[in-house]
Design a protein around this ligand. Structure first.
Ligand SMILES: *Cc1c(COP(=O)(O)O)cnc(C)c1O
Length: 339
């Protein structure tokens, strides 16, 4: 029997019945007036989880990241990030457009950068140079194949930023995947970062939304930036309710997605038409194929399996809450028998 398996992204999930129930019954108000109690509850809950003062609910992770960059820089500044960074590669050039800021790119290992790599790239005070004011880390790293920073990796970077007067922002679109893998505590994150973006619509399965976390002053300004970007929403509590439900019910289960990804990584490693599998840490599996990736994808599609290519010979599988054990079994069988 043919099954459908969609491994293109962890954004393709649909709300579960329990989540829909929570959305239906949400108490709402006009959030632009600050009167949506469900949005307020989500913002406070997310902030408390990460040991931050306040939160701001936004329609997307792109918006939370771009608002953070706007809050932490001035035009003519420069930020430092890895060359794979989502904020640089996949946010449409928003750093330059929204903030008038240039980007200094580093060559990390699978997107992971270190204090030693950052320090020499901080510009000296000199009118020739843009003023370095911000470092952005991503955890997990999307383009790194779900690779993770531990808090022990982050600590020296945070110390360097503090010593040099730089702000540190976390693009935590998949931060809960990182926490599930490393065993670090969310509450310990707040002390290291000025800003944290948390995505509710990736592995956590909410239909829409990200939360920006920071101190109260920053969030007050961030609310102004969200408005000017057109991100002030009215009865957004229906969406925030999905986010609260996701935080309550879909964090623990990320380890299921990780075990599914691990199984796929192990099986792919045994196949002679697969030349390389990157180490699987979380819910993303990157692997290289002998045939062109497009040909492999077409063959998979014929069996109801959707995936993406990230290079001529590289394919990406992303596991999530709508991929169940029987679909993983089915996929493994197809990978073994049909190629
Ligand atoms: C998906 C993602 C985002 C935000 O994406 P939106 O689609 O705008 O919500 C930000 N950073 C990373 C690393 C991502 O994977």
């Amino acid at each position: 029997m043919q099954l459908t398996v969609d491994l293109r992204s962890d954004t393709v999930t649909k709300p579960t019945p329990g989540m829909l129930e929570a959305m239906w019954s949400a108490k709402v108000g006009d959030d632009v007036f600050g009167e949506d109690e469900t949005v307020n509850a989500l913002e406070q809950k997310a902030a408390a989880i990460f040991g931050m003062e306040a939160g701001l609910f936004c329609p997307s992770g792109t918006m939370t990241n771009q608002i953070a960059i706007k809050c932490f820089t001035q035009p003519l500044d420069e930020l430092i990030a890895d060359q794979t960074a989502h904020v640089y590669r996949y946010e449409g050039g928003g750093i330059a457009f929204n903030s008038g800021v240039s980007t200094r790119l580093l060559n990390g290992y699978r997107g992971i950068i270190t204090a030693e790599m950052i320090e020499p790239e901080i510009n000296a005070e000199n009118i020739h140079f843009p003023h370095t004011s911000l470092v952005v880390l991503e955890n997990t790293v999307n383009k790194g194949g779900g690779s993770c920073y531990t808090l022990a990796d982050i600590k020296p970077i945070a110390e360097l930023c503090k010593a040099k007067g730089l702000k540190l922002h976390l693009d935590g679109a998949r931060i809960f995947n990182a926490l599930s893998h490393t065993g670090d505590k969310a509450a310990d994150y707040g002390q290291y970062f000025k800003g944290i973006s948390v995505c509710l619509s990736k592995g956590l399965g909410a239909p829409v939304g990200s939360v920006l976390l920071a101190d109260k002053e920053i969030i007050k300004y961030a609310r102004r930036i969200r408005k000017v970007l057109g991100g002030g929403m009215r009865q957004a509590g229906f969406l925030a309710a999905a986010g609260i439900y996701a935080l309550d019910h879909h964090v623990e289960r990320l380890k299921v997605d990780h075990s599914h990804a691990r199984i796929l990584g192990e099986e792919l490693g045994k196949l002679d038409w697969v030349s390389n599998v990157l180490p699987v840490e979380t819910n993303i599996v990157l692997f290289d194929t002998v045939q062109p990736a497009k040909e492999v994808l077409a063959k998979l599609a014929a069996h109801g399996i959707k995936a993406g290519d990230t290079d001529k010979h590289r394919i990406r599988f992303v596991t999530h809450l709508d991929v169940h054990a029987e679909q993983i079994e089915y996929l493994v069988k197809i990978l073994r028998d049909e190629f």
